[in-house]
Design a protein around this ligand. Structure first.
Ligand code: ADP
Ligand code: 5GP
Length: 207
């Protein structure tokens, strides 16, 4: 049987390239990873599909999910709820897939509290100037929104050091492979191999 998967949280400044990296990682290594689909109360953007980018919920439906303890974590971000459904994550971890949550920092820290074995990765561009250029280049926000995202990035930089690893997104391909390698190494961490350790201990003692 395949060993249980690892729970991975990916956060990072808006515009750092998280979405782009996730797409490449899943394309190149589709056997290894499952990307969790969050629930949200925000309106779908053009081109977004229910069940693909998000499960789009009303506030009442979302609050019911909270009450029934169906979410691993949730946070309010710019007036809307966002949360991680427990079912999907549990099912894929049990199947041996590494499950990736692309969520903001408050949610990330809650997940780590609840599941201390979670691997926390923080994606950053090589420098602040490049971050602004990527936000401008993406062309999805007004200058005013870009400025507020830059200000939020400055706040988020205060807690980057709570993450396990930094992933610097300079050259995309290198960055994707580096993320994949960090995750492969994490599979060998003793904390993820408790069953193996117990088994070999017993064998060595002749039990
Ligand atoms: P996020 O999901 O973190 O907000 P995106 O994946 O939307 O960021 O990327 C922001 C912009 O930067 C996009 O226009 C994307 O094409 C571009 N981008 C992502 N990675 C790189 C990279 N390594 N080099 C140059 N541009 C990049
Ligand atoms: P957007 O509205 O741009 O899709 O997402 C806004 C922010 O919410 C992003 O930082 C994204 O990572 C975060 N986010 C998406 N899903 C979740 C979730 O399930 N939980 C938490 N805490 N944040 C989420």
């Amino acid at each position: 049987m395949r060993e249980r998967g690892i729970l991975i949280v990916v956060s990072g400044f808006s515009g750092a390239g998280k979405g782009t990296i996730m797409k490449e990682l899943i394309r190149k290594h589709s056997e290894d990873y499952a990307l969790s689909v969050s629930a949200t109360t925000r309106q779908p953007r053009e081109g977004e599909e229910n069940g693909r980018e998000y499960f789009f919920k009303t506030k009442e439906e979302f609050e019911k999910m909270i009450a029934k303890d169906e979410l691993i974590e949730y946070a309010k971000y710019v007036e809307n709820y966002y949360g991680t459904p427990k079912d999907y994550v549990e099912k894929h971890l049990a199947e041996g897939k590494d499950v990736i949550l692309e969520i903001e920092i408050q949610g990330a820290l809650k997940v780590k509290e609840k599941y201390p074995d979670t691997l926390l990765l923080f994606v950053t561009p090589p420098n602040a100037k490049e971050l602004k250029e990527r936000l401008v280049g993406r062309g999805t926000e007004t200058m005013e929104v870009i400025e507020s995202r830059m200000a939020r990035a400055a706040e988020e930089s205060e807690v980057m050091d709570k993450y396990d690893y930094l992933v610097i997104n300079d050259e995309l391909d290198k960055c994707v492979e580096e993320m994949h390698r960090i995750i492969r190494c994490e599979h060998r961490a003793c904390s993820h191999n408790a069953d193996f350790i117990e088994k070999i201990k017993k064998e060595l003692k002749g039990e």
